[in-house]
Design a protein around this ligand. Sequence first.
Ligand code: GRF
Length: 208
Amino acid sequence: MLKIAVLVSGGGTNLQAIIDKIKSKVITDTSIEVVISNKPDAYALTRAKDNGIEGICVSPKDYATREEFNKALVDTIDSFKVDLVVLAGYLVILPELLINKYENRIINIHPSLIPSFCGMGFYGLKVHEEVLKRGCKVTGATVHFVDKGADTGPIIMQKAVYIKNGDTPEVLQKRVMEEAEWNIMPQVINLIAHNKVKVVDNIAIVEE
Ligand code: GRF
């Protein structure tokens, strides 16, 4: 059984996709042990509660220093003895301690085809705004392992999404979520649960 912690900051539609696909057995041998948010009012915490999953807020605002917050976050994750940490819209820079401790055991979803439109400052609607500004015809989403850089870890899965004439950032964001994010994140979790993802020389290899 793959035990996972899901870290969130916002609405949690990716979290919901994971919950739904565990329920419908598209993802098997996996359990969400805990949902952790940095914001007490994140709707993702309500989604956790509604589905009988423990939801915890660990906010930097509740600690005097960044070091204390980092330690509290790592201790909370450790206490659930999880195999995999899933970042599903988590807008906090991860403690280096966590990245080292959970090497190739933290995954993130990014709403573009990495290495385009990623790195520092590329999050939320900004990504889709820049994609449209550049006149791209194709965008998509990427699930990757997390390393010390910003969106630089081994790429596990990507899915392309076509841009249509007249798209706004909001319309494109929705299409990328529906056509790509909500599919590839659950797929990757299921592959990891069945030991089908390896990292060799910093490249993720997915068994077919
Ligand atoms: C998604 O677009 C994801 O790619 C990005 O943050 C957003 C989170 O959305 N990392 P939600 O909270 O899952 O609805």
